[in-house]
Design a binder for this molecule. Sequence first.
Ligand code: UT7
Length: 338
Amino acid sequence: MNMMNSRIVGVGHYVPEKVVTNHDLEKMMDTNDEWIVERTGIKERRFIDHTKDTCSNMASKATKMALERAKLDINDIDLIVFATITPDYMFPGSGVLMQRELGLDKKTIPAIDIRNACSGFIYALSIADQFIKTGMYKTVAVVGAEIQSTALEFSDRQRHISVIFGDGAGAAILQATDEAGKGILSTHMHADGTFAEELYVKDPGSSRKQGERLTKEMLEGLSIKAHMNGNVVFKHAVVRFMEVIQEALVANKKSKEDVDLIIPHQANLRISNFIQQKLQLEEGKVYNNIQKYGNTTGASIPIAMSEAWAEGKIKENDIICLAAFGSGFTWASALIKW
Ligand code: UT7
């Protein structure tokens, strides 16, 4: 079979208008700007206005920006791959809602939902890449979108979680190319379910018996909220980020000097700084925008890619490395020649 490569031909993003600063959070719980900046790097994040923003409509806005930058039309899309852990509904997935929102002439293009949390966008990218390589689809919209804010609890017991997360959406349009050595050079994905409960939301899940999926006690308790063992997640993250970046370099016979920009999932500025120091990279080689948006889970990498591109930090023929780690645990990387 004659395999095609896939290329990212356009990137876009959308973030809600409402800016929530660390000082705003200080008024809601026992926290402070100094702690948040020192431990995470975050200064502010965006929260949705629920009269305007939904997970799927933020994704469709990001997709439209990516299409415009690629000089393509909505009707060019053959497949949607949508990464989110905060879908509009329990089911169906947000992919079909985005398809409806876009209002395509080709009304029945498939939509796949991916729920691999912070690694979701790279998982989605890898799936899209395989479909393009086999020739099944030519133009794929890969999106990551999250609404974390409406699930956060602004209380002292949840302060280690609620200061971190934010809302937003990002998208990349992938197209087939026959230019050798261009586009997505490789993707690597991993998972280790041993640690599933270190970062998860338990309820309302199907692990509960009949009639107990959502109880009054749950509404008061913490099982419907995100549980994160921050120290454990942090320790695994720094190891896995490094491993999966090295894996991408080795697989493509590249050295760290060949990489123009690393775009890590925006989990914590300390994690990004660790990557930069460990790889002994110069200032600016690891892209960060967590300061403005917090951790937007599956949306963080495509938002960062879109901003980096708009700032001229991603140019034709640059080697870009994406890397992520998160709930699952899952982790992944992609090496791209732009
Ligand atoms: O994106 C998915 C993957 N997620 C991650 O990669 C997150 C990884 N983990 C982290 O980023 C960090 O573990 C956190 C930012 C979540 C927490 O930072 P930390 O340096 O690990 O803090 P800690 O949990 O060890 O807490 C240190 C102290 C505690 O007080 P004591 O026990 O030392 O008195 C906490 O109660 O900081 C306290 N604390 C806070 N203080 C002010 C926890 N949250 C807050 C807060 N404001 N919001």
